[in-house]
Write a protein that binds this ligand. Structure first.
Ligand SMILES: [Zn+2]
Length: 286
């Protein structure tokens, strides 16, 4: 009998920009970052402000940052990621080639005055930077990582991480929507990618009413999915547990609580992700 585990922690689940008020404590105000610990490997999916909460140098671990894309809410924590400065070894950074730039050029833009007092020259030797394909597979030791291109302005990468039979998929940011003619083909592609996974974490920032403009202006083309599309995808694909993420900044705790209550009444395996929530998945194979 082996007992291997994947530890998943939501460090930031807010989308677009940070939020700090007493009505948003439960779901949190930090932007996108998920920490995954497997054996002696730590993978951060994105480096939004959530990554700034990591205080340990983790010298006994290899550190990886996998970027979904380079909008501010997914990168702004990198200059303030203390592990980067405290750790002896390089931090391995991967992501797709950004529009008009190389990945290295985009990371350099996050440093240097007038936007940041930390000089890129102080940081660049600490990073091992690699551009990865939009559709591909690579390994971090015995952890399999697969990528998929998502519908989002400028594109974004979805990730599937599989270890010892445990699988987690992150789809953010993504606009899976019937408003686009590519809907059926996009959905088909995603269904295969998330088929039977243990955990799906998906950007489903909006309700149907918000997205299609029954409440306020419509949000078509903003790059984010509805909760309804997320649940449909997750159930059709046989996902075991689904966590909705990337809440828009105006969504406060009471609103999220009400949405989660409604959703869970019909879909008990769908949750709204909360900042600092930890999940442990064990694979027991006899
Ligand atoms: Zn985002």
């Amino acid at each position: 009998m082996t007992d291997k585990q994947m530890e998943v922690k939501f460090l930031g689940v807010r989308g677009s920009y940070n939020l700090s008020n007493t009505q948003s404590v439960k779901y949190g105000g930090n932007t996108s970052c998920i920490q995954i610990i497997i054996e002696d490997q730590i993978i951060f999916l994105d480096a939004g402000s959530g990554i700034t909460k990591v205080e340990k140098p983790f010298n006994d671990f290899d550190i990886h940052i996998l970027f979904t894309h380079y909008h501010w809410d997914h990168v702004l924590g990198l200059p303030f990621f203390s592990t980067l400065y405290a750790k002896n070894d390089k931090v391995h950074v991967k992501g797709m080639k950004p529009e008009h730039y190389s990945l290295k050029e985009v990371l350099r833009l996050l440093f240097n005055p007038p936007f940041c007092p930390i000089m890129w020259s102080k940081v660049q030797d600490k990073l091992d930077i690699e551009e990865i394909p939009e559709y591909g597979t690579f390994y971090i030791k015995n952890i399999k990582v697969e990528t998929i291109l998502l519908m989002h302005p400028g594109g974004a990468l979805g990730y599937k991480i599989t270890y010892n039979g445990i699988s987690i998929v992150l789809l953010t940011d993504i606009e899976l929507s019937k408003a686009f003619s590519s809907y059926e083909s996009e959905r088909e592609k995603l269904l295969k990618f998330v088929k039977d996974v243990d955990v799906l974490v998906m950007d489903a920032a909006l309700t149907n009413e918000e997205y299609y403009g029954a409440v306020g202006s419509n949000k078509i083309g903003w790059g984010h999915s509805t909760m309804e599309e997320c649940i449909l995808l997750s159930e059709d694909a046989g996902v075991k547990k689904t966590y909705i993420t990337h809440y828009l900044p105006y969504r406060e705790d009471l609103q999220n609580d009400a949405l989660e209550k409604d959703i869970k009444a019909k879909h008990p395996t769908v949750f709204l992700a909360k900042e600092d929530e930890s999940l442990i998945f064990r694979a027991c194979r006899s």
